[in-house]
Write a protein that binds this ligand. Structure first.
Ligand SMILES: [Cu+2]
Length: 785
């Protein structure tokens, strides 16, 4: 009862504030981005919000699905403050599960940073937690759950801190997000199991048939030779993309000639978005809450969790489309500004995956390392990598049809300044040989970090410098994402001291871009703007790019998370913890050891995978538990008759190396069979190819072996069993013949061989047929979980 009254009071309060906003809007002058008469606000005061977190059902795609709402809405309500205020946010967890809220980009006392098991204990079900902190900055920020996968299903919202003298211009918060009907836990499990179901749904499988049809057979072979799977720019299939909770969002209140500021936050869990506008140029005025010298562009890409303030003009009495397109361009969402006839923004053409694959091939060496080109050090995004990665080419995928177009030549300044000192850059132009991506529309201005310039000097205070280097590393096949090939739970906290400056050099040695986020601090992005390097809390790093950031360790203490903001990368362990030396104890974490164990459990979590074939000749299949390094699995071949044999192998092993190509294991093998099965094409099965007498008719023995992933993704497996018998095996699974047809094969020195096809009907069902030296030919279905 009491809380309802408070809520009503709050509503009344906020309607007064919005009325004041409206008054401010009436006073605005046209064409003035920096008004002479700023809007005045009430003196600093405490602003209270009550957030009620509840389970809810939503229907974004035609299917009713579970989501999480706050005060009955998705996104969560926009929280608005003015610099100098004090925030008092009561979080009422009405879920049956734990939760937390992180205030993204805010400078605040560590115990309110909202990382469960690090800066506080999780907010237990049906309890209330208070976050209370002074608002000491301004700008466009956002807030989200930092617990498990809650951010994916509704727990994101805008967090706006106005300056005391704010621009007099109509402003709307714009929160971008994605919606998947699939539960995020299942999305995560699917990613770890390397299913290509999402690619099938998106039409981006890049099979051999598609490669041959488009003249890219050698590209595909090279790709697999380098042990890569199909190329993609985003991992997850989403059913809808949302702008403030709607895929079509209408804002008709704007009139011709008006300028509108959009405070855009990418609250998506894993998608980058292209932003384009049908009413003319987009003026970027701030990023991650920090003002930049206004820069006009035709388009920009917003990384996961980044924010941009942009200003657009409504040119006429029409409705102009602000188009939001996910990086993979599978769908889009639209924000309509103004009223009248609709003016559409140009759709972004489909991506040319094989052209992208060709480029990735040339970027990666045989050890799985991204090649850092000597004459093209990709630093700080001073060159337009977005243009390089995504030139606007239309037409067919066939390179013959697009002609032999030139790549844009990349010019770089000879020198750039880092912390006042001039650094010699690798000079010049690079023709991107072998990276023929076709024509590039030179008229389109795309924002890059090099264009961001702070409005005042951002040099760090004098202090000792601590320099750190990290490689962003990952393994697409097993979906392990790391820094220097170590997860959060595999690495120590990085100790920093108050008063020192921390410089971090990041090299992206993986095939995906990563938006790296630092909690509680802004960092300078050394982008060639010298003393005016922009301040951000997110840096997007492309494959083979090397970037430098630096920040002042200015907090009194605490543990601050630094991590990739792609939710599924973070959950697999891509991060580090910066910890101030001699921090006072955090009262919100009474048992730090227990907290750490729970925190580390996130990236240690095992994933289950199963595949069961039910065919006319018997059943074969595999079940496994796997996590970052370890895998326990069992596989079986059970014929319907004794002469078809019964076999099961159970193994536990550990993947080694960054690319996880080595897999030593130990286990147990059981094999029983009577003679009379299918005739072996290699003759008698009495002896194996090493001349050892076969024991496959009745074998139960321990085994030890090592598997290795070869070029073309063949698995070589050498093992010895408890009876001294050797076995060498070559196998390859899931060769993509067409978008849904997969081919499997296996042969070993016990004269066993197998070949089969699987046609994927749904995520869980396939039609399958295979021939096996023990079981003969069979057909049926395969269930995949
Ligand atoms: Cu990442």
């Amino acid at each position: 009862m009491k809380s309802t009254i408070i809520l009503l009071l709050l509503l009344a309060y906020h309607s007064i504030v919005s009325a004041q906003d409206m008054k401010g809007m009436d006073m605005r002058k046209k064409d003035s981005m920096h008004p002479k008469q700023p809007v005045t606000y009430t003196p600093p005061h405490t602003v209270r919000y009550d957030l009620y977190i509840t389970d809810t059902m939503v229907n974004f795609s035609g299917k009713s699905k579970r989501a999480i709402a706050v005060n009955g809405q998705i996104p969560m309500p926009t929280l608005t403050f003015t610099e100098g205020d004090t925030a008092e946010i009561y979080v009422h967890n009405e879920l049956d599960e734990e939760t937390s809220l992180h205030w993204h980009g805010l400078f605040l006392p560590n115990k309110y940073d909202g990382v469960p098991n690090l800066t506080q204990m999780p907010i237990k079900p049906h309890t209330t937690h208070l976050y209370s902190f002074p608002i000491v900055q301004h700008g466009t920020h956002w807030y989200h759950s930092h617990s498990r996968f809650q951010e994916q299903i509704g727990m994101y919202g805008a967090f706006i801190m106005n300056k005391r003298k704010e621009w007099d211009i109509p402003t709307i918060p714009v929160v971008l997000s994605e919606w998947a009907d699939m539960k995020p836990e299942e999305v995560d499990r699917s990613l770890h199991n390397a299913t290509d179901w999402f690619a099938i749904k998106k039409g981006t499988t890049q099979s051999y048939t598609e490669a041959i049809k488009t003249g890219h057979f050698s590209t595909k072979v090279t790709n697999e030779w380098k042990r890569m799977t199909a190329m993609d720019v985003s991992d997850v299939f989403y059913d809808k993309f949302l702008i403030n909770g709607k895929s079509q969002n209408e804002q008709p209140q704007f009139k011709a000639g008006e300028k509108v500021r959009l405070r855009i936050a990418n609250g998506g869990a894993s998608d980058y978005f292209w932003l384009t506008y049908s009413g003319g140029k987009i003026t970027v005025v701030a990023t991650d809450g920090n003002d930049v010298v206004p820069v006009e562009v035709d388009r920009l890409i917003i990384a996961v969790s980044e924010t941009y303030d942009v200003v657009v003009t409504i040119p006429d009495s029409k409705s102009y489309e602000f188009l939001v397109t996910p990086e993979d361009r599978t769908k889009s969402a639209s924000l309509w500004l103004g009223s009248g006839a609709k003016v559409l923004a140009a759709r972004l053409p489909k991506l040319k995956y094989f052209a992208g694959m060709k480029m990735m091939n040339s970027m990666m060496d045989m050890k799985g390392n991204m090649i850092e080109m000597e004459d093209m050090a990709m630093r700080n995004q001073t060159m337009d990598m977005n243009t390089v990665m995504y030139p606007e080419i239309t037409g067919p995928e066939n390179p013959k049809d697009t002609g032999n177009a030139d790549m844009p030549k990349m010019k770089m300044d000879d020198k750039m300044k880092i912390d006042g000192k001039e650094m010699q850059m690798n000079k010049g132009e690079h023709s991107m040989a072998g990276m023929d991506m076709g024509n590039n529309n030179k008229d389109i201005v795309t924002l890059n970090y090099g264009m961001l310039r702070a409005t005042s000097k951002t040099t760090l205070p004098l202090g000792p410098l601590k320099e750190l280097k990290f490689d962003l590393t990952g393994n697409m096949n097993r979906y392990v994402w790391t820094l220097d090939n170590k997860t959060v739970s595999e690495s120590d906290k990085i100790l920093i001291k108050k008063g020192e400056n921390v410089r971090i050099i990041l090299f992206n040695n993986s095939m995906m871009r990563h938006p790296m986020h630092l909690h509680g601090h802004d960092f300078r992005v050394l982008n060639g703007q010298g003393d005016y390097a922009p301040m951000k809390n997110i840096i997007d790093i492309m494959p083979m790019e090397r970037d430098t950031i630096e920040f002042a360790a200015s907090e009194p203490g605490g543990d601050w998370f630094f991590h990739c903001h792609i939710l599924y990368h973070m959950m697999s362990g891509m991060g580090r913890i910066f910890s101030y030396e001699n921090s006072p104890a955090n009262p919100e974490v009474p048992d730090p050891k227990l907290a750490q164990r729970k925190l580390f459990a996130d990236d240690r979590m095992p994933h289950f995978m199963g595949r069961v074939g039910l065919e006319s000749n018997g059943s074969d299949g595999e079940a496994m538990f796997a996590q970052t390094r370890w895998k326990a699995s069992t596989l079986w071949n059970l014929g319907f008759h004794d002469m078809h044999g019964y076999e099961s192998e159970t193994m536990i092993g550990r993947y080694l190396g960054r690319m996880q190509w080595w897999y030593p294991y130990i286990g147990f093998d059981y094999h029983y069979k009577v003679e009379g099965g299918p005739k072996n094409i290699f003759g008698s099965e009495e002896k194996n190819w090493f001349g050892q007498k076969s024991d496959k008719l009745n074998r139960h023995t321990v085994i030890a072996g090592i598997a290795y992933t070869l070029p073309l993704l063949f698995i070589a497996d050498a093992r010895i069993d408890g009876n001294g018998k050797l076995r060498f095996q070559l196998s390859r699974e899931d060769i993509p013949v067409t978008s849904r047809l997969r081919f499997n094969m296996m042969i070993n020195t016990d004269k066993e061989y197998m070949a089969g096809f699987r046609y994927i009907l749904t995520k869980y069902f396939s039609l399958s047929t295979h021939y096996d030296s023990d079981m003969g030919v069979g057909g049926g279905i395969t269930l995949t979980y």
